[in-house]
Design a protein around this ligand. Structure first.
Ligand SMILES: Nc1ncnc2c1ncn2[C@@H]1O[C@H](COP(=O)(O)OP(=O)(O)OP(=O)(O)O)[C@@H](O)[C@H]1O
Ligand SMILES: [Mg+2]
Length: 260
């Protein structure tokens, strides 16, 4: 494993990616893994609000500003240097970790130069952290376009629905094409109604070959998460002794090889 492992949470829309990304970050914070970087790679996501972070600039915004000709770039500064500076400024300092938002994906047009430079900077930036947690977008744009760096551990998330499990299968296929870039694959079935575990597991087995995963977890449907949402409370601040967080941390802590 690299010394700056990157953990990416992926899956269909609405299955709990942002929640699990926040839980992962919280567990790493509890274990004093630092410095830590959280990346919101979902343009419509709310990782920032779930973590209680105010977002500034996004990578998408920087990309647009820079691509829209030289107008956004102060005279006398090389484009590469300018981009690097903007990326550094876009990193928000939060309580115990740093935060970066990818923002909107690119529109039509050629972004190759800007994208290449940004990718290089992002790779360098993540290497300066002890670990990075990425909340990926449902469309897997970053994965398939390789704007996401190497993934050490991919948390493939599904809720107990056929569509979500099918998405996991598609992600596995994409990950396969990225070959060695995804090192570890973990399956998390989220929002499992208590008492339905066996039936859910049966449905999961019917749709997915569990041999593809290093480990499989089931996280219960938990009213504490709903209450936190309702109160607008950060998932970094809610009580930890709740069924979903207990189950998730037990899963992470029980991995033969620790995530970070
Ligand atoms: N185990 C759980 N128990 C109860 N509610 C949950 C659980 N996990 C997630 N939720 C709730 O389900 C909703 C979707 O979760 P979340 O936003 O984490 O999903 P997502 O995959 O990031 O969605 P999107 O694709 O829209 O970004 C949220 O309202 C969240 O609070
Ligand atoms: Mg989300």
């Amino acid at each position: 494993m690299t010394s700056s492992p990157c953990v990416a949470v992926v899956g269909k829309g609405g299955v709990g990616k942002t929640t699990l990304a926040a839980f992962t970050l919280r567990r790493l914070l509890e274990r004093s893994v630092k410095p830590l970087l959280a990346i919101d790679a979902d343009p419509s996501s709310c990782l920032a609000s779930v973590l209680g972070v105010d977002v500034g600039d996004t990578i998408g915004g920087i990309r647009e500003d820079t691509r829209a000709a030289a107008k956004g770039i102060p005279e006398g500064i090389p484009k590469q240097q300018y981009l690097e500076m903007r990326v550094q400024q876009a990193v928000t300092e939060a309580a115990g970790f740093d935060f970066l938002s990818m923002g909107r994906p690119e529109g039509p047009g050629c972004y190759c130069f800007v994208n290449n430079v940004l990718r290089e900077h992002l790779d360098r930036l993540t290497r300066s952290y002890r670990a990075t947690v990425i909340d990926c977008e449902a469309g897997l744009e970053h994965l398939s376009r390789r704007t996401t760096q190497n993934v050490d551990a991919m948390i493939l998330t599904a809720d107990p629905t056929v569509k979500a499990l099918e998405t996991v299968r598609t992600v596995l296929e994409i990950a396969e094409r990225l070959d060695s870039r995804v090192k570890r694959k973990l399956l998390v079935v989220n929002r499992v109604p208590p008492g339905a575990e066996d039936r859910v597991m049966e449905a999961v087995r019917r749709r997915l070959d569990l041999a593809a995963f290093e480990a499989v977890a089931m996280i219960p449907q938990d009213s504490a998460i709903f209450e936190a949402e309702l109160a607008g409370q950060s998932l970094l601040e809610i009580e930890t002794d709740i069924p979903s967080y207990r189950a998730y941390t037990q899963f992470l802590d029980g991995l033969t090889k620790s995530l970070v």
